[in-house]
Design a protein around this ligand. Structure first.
Ligand code: SAH
Ligand code: SF4
Ligand code: F3S
Length: 469
């Protein structure tokens, strides 16, 4: 059983009388880390309303699908899942049990009432900027026996309206946590739905972030990953009334007792400022790992994507970061088959990967998204070409990932242990470079950072032995 910092905080009932059955909530999360964070906050909001989490969807009185619209496949998955959930609901209804269904997240924002038209089983559609109203909207849908769609971008800031962080019973607890500091995007890359689903760029004030981070640290969290669709464009209200950059925020957070490691994702190359690069050099709590998408290697495609940087500029930014922090490892996002991409353009993408070298990467076939400028561009690439390019690219990326992991063998590195392994006595942690590290340990290491000597580097993880303390 996983040790939990949060369980201690959950108040138990003192009542002697048999408690009524606690209502159960099942949350399914698609998409990015921000959705993981949003799912936690929605769960906590429902927790404050008397719900407990369950992994078993058949046992759930309420189901929330927290959806992603980034690629067609992700968006369509929601509808196939809703088909299965409809059958489950019918079964439960025949047993006299109620099941309420909410669709949240970016598909909710993008498609709104269309979701109810396609899947009438849905009771509530709630967008990423109004989910703090989830308990109230669900109660209203139930009381008035009607379907509700709320995809507003309300004035009341969801972060201040949400209950305080109090991760609920049944949540996957960990020594690492996500914390959203920035949301939305004003960059309008021509392939991307995020500016439409998440709205304009917005940064939370430093004070609110510090408060949330302190809560997490006092609940046992040792590592926080700051989240934002453009996290390095962060510019929130500072404590002294001015504006804080992400560098300022990281420096503030690193003063919190018990918080040992900081990360942030996702960054745009254009916003990799000198002060942020300096933090990687000067602040030892900021991990030597950076996710820096480049999307495509050719300048023509980068321009058509409206990425606002060239290949040479990206290389130059990487050189400056590695100069400041020589042991920094990079990961990235890459799209193949953007409209108009020629063999030579694709070769420039492969060349960028060969030149920069990545410890890890996410690569995707371009997916045409309704309403985005790229969806109507000429030169859409046939599926078989995209499939071949993706396979070639992933071969190269897999080689680099394995080479990076293999290069760790024989080295000793600090590992933060966060969950038990599959077998008795095994424990799994994270290296500074976000690799999963498996060790055997007779004592409970969860939440501790120990020096581990790496004995094996596989494609997706490392194996090692604890050497200290
Ligand atoms: N804000 C981040 C990216 C968020 S979306 C950034 O700018 O780096 C995550 C990744 O999904 C993107 O980096 C991109 O590689 C991929 N992506 C976005 N839209 C896509 C589309 N239409 N087709 C394929 N991949 C896409
Ligand atoms: Fe999408 Fe581009 Fe904004 Fe990233 S920077 S969220 S890819 S529009
Ligand atoms: Fe998907 Fe929305 Fe995140 S579209 S990637 S869930 S911001």
């Amino acid at each position: 059983m996983q040790d939990t910092p949060f369980l201690d905080q959950v108040e138990s009932s003192d009542s002697e009388a048999p408690a009524p059955r606690v209502k159960r909530l099942h949350v399914r999360t698609y998409g990015c880390q921000m959705n993981v964070y949003d799912s936690e906050r929605m769960s906590e909001a429902m927790g404050a309303d008397g719900y407990e989490l369950t992994d078993d969807i058949a046992d759930a009185d309420m189901v929330v699908l927290n959806t992603c619209h980034i690629r067609e496949k992700a968006a369509e998955k929601v509808y196939s899942d809703l088909g299965r959930i409809r059958k489950l609901k019918e079964e439960r209804t025949s047993q006299g049990k109620e099941t309420r269904i909410a669709v949240a997240g970016c598909v909710a924002q993008a498609e709104g009432a269309e979701i109810i038209r396609r899947a009438p089983v849905v009771d509530l559609v709630v967008g990423p900027q109004s989910y703090h109203r989830l308990p109230e909207l669900m109660a209203r849908s139930r009381a008035e026996n009607r379907q509700i769609v709320d995809t507003e971008f309300p004035e009341d800031d969801k972060f201040s309206a949400l209950p305080e962080r109090k991760p609920m019973r049944g949540a996957i607890r960990s020594r690492t946590a996500f914390l959203t500091v920035q949301e939305g995007c004003d960059k309008f890359c021509t392939f991307c739905v995020v500016p439409y689903t998440r709205g304009v760029e917005f940064s939370r004030p430093v004070a609110a972030i510090l408060e949330e981070a302190k809560k997490l640290a006092s609940a046992g969290v040792r590592e926080i990953t700051l989240l934002g669709q453009n996290v390095n464009a962060y510019h929130g209200d500072a404590l002294d009334g001015g504006t804080a950059s992400l560098a300022d925020l990281l420096n503030r957070l690193s003063d919190i007792d018990g918080l040992e490691r900081l990360r942030y994702t996702t960054s745009h190359p254009r916003d990799m400022t000198d002060d942020l690069i300096a933090v990687h050099r000067d602040n030892s709590k900021v991990m030597p790992y950076l996710h820096l998408p480049f999307q495509a290697g050719s300048d023509g495609i980068l321009a058509a994507m409206n990425r606002k940087h060239t290949g040479a500029e990206y290389r130059e930014i990487v050189a400056r970061i590695r100069n400041a922090r020589p042991d920094l490892a990079l990961s990235t996002d890459i799209i193949v088959g953007f409209p108009g991409e020629t063999d030579a353009d694709f070769e420039a993408t492969l060349q960028m990967v060969r030149d920069v070298t990545y410890a890890q990467a996410y690569s995707f076939k371009y997916s045409s998204r309704p309403g985005t400028p790229a969806s109507t561009m000429e030169g859409q690439i046939p599926e078989d070409v995209k499939v071949q390019r993706l396979a070639d690219l992933q071969n190269l990326l897999n080689e680099q990932q394995l080479a990076f992991n293999a290069s760790c063998v024989g080295r000793t590195m600090p590992v933060l242990f966060e969950r038990p392994g599959k077998l008795n006595g095994q424990v799994i942690g994270r290296s500074p470079w976000l690799q999963s590290v498996l060790v055997e340990s007779a004592v409970d290491r969860l939440g501790h950072i120990c020096d581990v000597e790496i004995t094996h580097g596989g494609p997706n993880s490392l194996i090692g032995q604890i050497v200290a303390p």
